[in-house]
Design a protein around this ligand. Structure first.
Ligand SMILES: Cc1cc2nc3c(=O)[nH]c(=O)nc-3n(C[C@H](O)[C@H](O)[C@H](O)COP(=O)(O)O)c2cc1C
Length: 442
């Protein structure tokens, strides 16, 4: 079987791009962040570049733990299902992926919303499963503190099982609409779920027919041991943190594939899509200059507060230019474990001051280059078994996406790794994934 061509996903974290203060960049349009027109241009540009899917990141709180989260970069945004429903009507091929927290949702609601989006988009819905990461989110849902890491992943696993079970409750041809006989649905093709587990009790049936794609694709980005385990068993694609060496990316890729196979699936059933956040310049020095100009828009305060957030400790009172030491406690840490671990790994390599560390944590998110070097980087990672594709997290919008589609996509196509046309009508088709038959299929 030939390999699925390189897959691209276009993500939005902050409406203005991946960079927290990208909203200050020359071409950004912060006044348009609540306009459908702004996102329509984004979606249509990505569709012109044959991206398999859009992806809307989401969090269920405002980052006000530190002052700079309100003063300089607020994580306010439109609710993903509402926005994607609107975008489904102004696009025709691109996938529509909504971020869903399995900690602060109920599976019945989520199964129903995804099935609805899948039906009105003709089979283009997807979800990005997150377990959420902060106490601030817990406080918006009747709790003082976030669920413990292992517990929230176990809840996430059961959540996926219930959602899939609800979707499979109706067989694909359960609805008859037979005016002559008066039969709307075939009772024999309905299988009531009757789920009773540790976290959920859900009878079913779901109040909407089985989705066009059977199961809208499931994306995940959990990178801790528990996160990888869940992805290996259940995800159709994982977003990984790219940016490391080729070797490191290959072993991460192999790790996810191994987990999929260990769970009884095919290695190709789980696509690995590293994060790619390019700073694109006409020459390498132009690109470096663009990065410096973008970084100069980020007040020190924001960088330090972000580092404080990732470490779950307020570093604001410490001396920013003294060598930095920190007692890491991975077991006791309850936010993103993989992000925490990666900062510990940096500090294990050499000493950093807080200022240097904050800068490094910001810098390593981005790949700086020209269209030639950036395209060559993507082709190499794809060809050498480090990626099945990439999630483009453009540092600034709309300019980076436009430039990527104009200058990098044609280079990928010319290299023979990227499709000239969409492979099919549904997102599953364009990800090279088969449609699941359903657990109750005859
Ligand atoms: C590309 C990408 C997108 C992500 N999007 C979100 C998001 O929208 N919302 C969220 O709460 N977490 C998001 N995350 C974080 C992960 O879902 C996950 O919570 C994080 O990696 C920590 O997981 P861990 O505890 O398993 O390490 C994203 C991560 C990556 C790499």
């Amino acid at each position: 079987m030939s390999r699925t061509p390189l897959v691209l996903a276009a993500g939005i974290f902050y409406p203005g791009g991946e960079h927290i203060t990208g909203w200050r960049a020359a071409g950004s349009e912060p006044h348009a962040y609540l306009d459908l027109d702004y996102y329509t241009r984004f979606a249509q540009t990505a569709e012109a570049g044959r991206f398999a899917t859009l992806f809307l990141a989401d969090e269920l709180y405002v980052w006000d733990r530190f002052r700079s989260g309100i003063d300089h970069g607020v994580n306010v945004r439109l609710e993903p299902f509402t926005l994607l429903s609107a975008l489904s009507q102004v696009t025709s091929r691109i996938g529509l992926a909504a971020t869903v927290s399995t900690t602060y949702n109920e599976p019945y609601h989520v199964a129903r919303k995804l099935a609805s989006l899948d039906h009105i988009s003709g089979g283009r819905a997807a979800w990005n499963l997150v377990t959420s990461a902060s106490d601030e989110e817990a406080r918006n849902f009747g709790r003082d503190a976030h669920l413990e890491h292992g517990l929230r992943y176990r809840r996430g696993a059961e959540f996926v099982d219930v959602v899939n079970g609800l979707w499979d409750g109706w067989e694909d041809d359960a609805f008859l609409f037979d005016k002559e006989s008066g039969h709307y649905a075939d009772r024999a093709k309905l299988h009531v779920l009757d789920h009773r587990g540790d976290h959920f009790a859900v009878r079913g049936p779901l109040s909407i027919p089985r989705p066009v794609q059977g199961h809208p694709p499931l994306f995940q980005a959990g990178a801790s041991e528990a996160g990888r385990e869940l992805a290996g068993r259940t995800a159709d694609a994982v977003f990984t943190l790219g940016g490391g060496s080729l070797d490191a990316s290959q072993s991460l890729y192999d790790d996810y594939k191994r987990r999929a196979v260990a769970a009884g699936r095919g290695a190709d059933d789980l696509k690995v899509l590293p994060w790619f956040s390019p700073i694109i310049g006409d020459t390498q020095s132009d690109a470096e200059e663009r990065f410096r100009a973008l970084a100069a828009l980020t007040p020190d305060r924001v960088q330090i507060d972000l580092l404080s957030h990732y470490l779950g400790a307020d570093l604001g009172e410490r001396d920013l230019d003294e060598p930095f030491t920190f007692e890491f406690d991975l077991d006791g840490f309850n936010q993103s474990k993989s992000g925490y671990q990666s900062i510990a790994a940096l500090l294990a390599q050499r000493p950093y001051t807080i200022r240097e560390l904050a800068w490094e944590v910001l810098r390593r998110r981005f790949t700086v280059g020209t269209p030639d070097t950036l395209a060559a980087h993507l082709v190499e990672r794809y060809e050498k078994g480090a990626a099945d594709g990439f999630i483009l997290m453009a540092p600034t919008l709309p300019d980076t996406l436009v430039r990527f589609v104009d200058d990098i996509v044609p280079r990928l196509t010319d290299a023979g790794v990227y499709p000239r046309e969409y492979a099919g009508d549904t997102l599953r088709d364009n990800l090279g994934l088969a449609r699941p038959a359903g657990r109750n299929a005859a």
